[in-house]
Design a protein around this ligand. Structure first.
Ligand code: NAD
Ligand code: ZN
Length: 253
């Protein structure tokens, strides 16, 4: 299949869809100043993610674990949605895009006004108790952790509280992922934005969409393993490509 790089042709196809679905990854938020995982300057450069953002790390090296998350929370506090988030929100408001599935934990789609967002990897707004599973606001985590006695404890049961994000070694939230799967299968056009598609099981969703008969579009700065199956591969910054797409569809941001 020939790869069509034109935003205009994608816009034309989008206008005739009934159930367009978007999947976003960390790349859509780099222009908001939040580093992604796998780019040259990404968050994990020189750090093994499984070492700091895993359940094992939380239990074995909790101080390092909470320091890492405090740093992420602090960065997030100043982050604002960028034109890519606003363009998707506008396309959703206009009914062109039905749902946004995201691997991001930054909440920037909602901050831009998107309403139906499926968060497959949790979010940084909340903290969750590992024992009783009660959810708290994330400010419970917003303090210095200097020794084991400082580790955030659950006000409800005294258990360990962690950010409400999916750590390595944890399963995805069942309800969110089931819905993401259904939406991918129902979609007639599936657009991936800013994801290396290296993290499972979310990276199966484009295939699920294709098997359900969807047309596939990818907007990412680097190539992904599924590019050969896509009808559109747009190698452009999301903050440039998505506003252009919204414009070509005739949707005001
Ligand atoms: P990833 O880092 O593996 O891939 C990001 C991709 O985005 C790369 O292929 C890169 O080329 C591309 N990219 C970077 N800037 C871009 C831009 N401006 N426009 C278009 N493309 C751009 O990210 P992923 O696939 O989402 O990896 C999954 C994991 O990353 C998830 O578990 C997610 O929770 C986590 N994560 C989230 C955030 C966040 O919430 N902002 C930040 C870092 C990591
Ligand atoms: Zn508890």
């Amino acid at each position: 299949m020939a790869i069509d790089n034109s935003v205009e042709s994608l816009a034309k196809a989008l206008k005739s869809t009934k159930h367009a679905v978007v999947l976003t990854g960390a790349g859509i938020s780099t222009e908001s100043g939040l580093p992604d995982f796998r780019s040259q300057s990404g968050l994990w450069k020189g750090v093994d993610p499984a070492r700091v953002a895993s359940l094992t790390a939380l239990h074995r090296t909790p101080i390092e674990f909470y320091q890492f998350y405090r740093h992420r929370l602090a960065r997030l506090a100043g982050a604002q949605p960028n034109p890519a988030h606003f363009a998707l929100a506008a396309l959703q408001r206009a009914g062109i895009i039905k749902v946004i599935i995201t691997q991001n934990i930054d909440g920037l789609h909602q901050a831009a006004g998107a309403t139906d967002v499926i968060e497959c990897h949790g979010n940084l707004r909340e903290a969750a108790c590992l024992d009783c599973r009660v959810i708290f606001p994330a400010d419970l985590l917003d303090r210095e952790v200097n020794d084991l006695k400082d580790v955030p404890r659950c006000p409800n049961c005294g258990g360990t509280v962690k950010p409400n994000v999916i750590l390595f070694e944890e399963p995805l939230p069942r309800e969110a992922f089931d819905r993401a799967w259904d939406e991918a299968r129902r979609s007639d056009l599936f657009l991936v934005v800013g994801s290396s598609l290296e993290v499972g099981p979310v990276n199966m969703l484009p295939q699920v969409a294709l098997q359900g008969g969807a047309r596939l579009a990818i907007c990412n700065l680097s190539s992904t393993g599924i590019d050969p199956l896509a009808e559109w591969v747009i190698t452009e910054k999301a903050g440039v490509a998505l506003p252009a797409l919204a414009g070509a569809v005739g949707v005001e941001i």
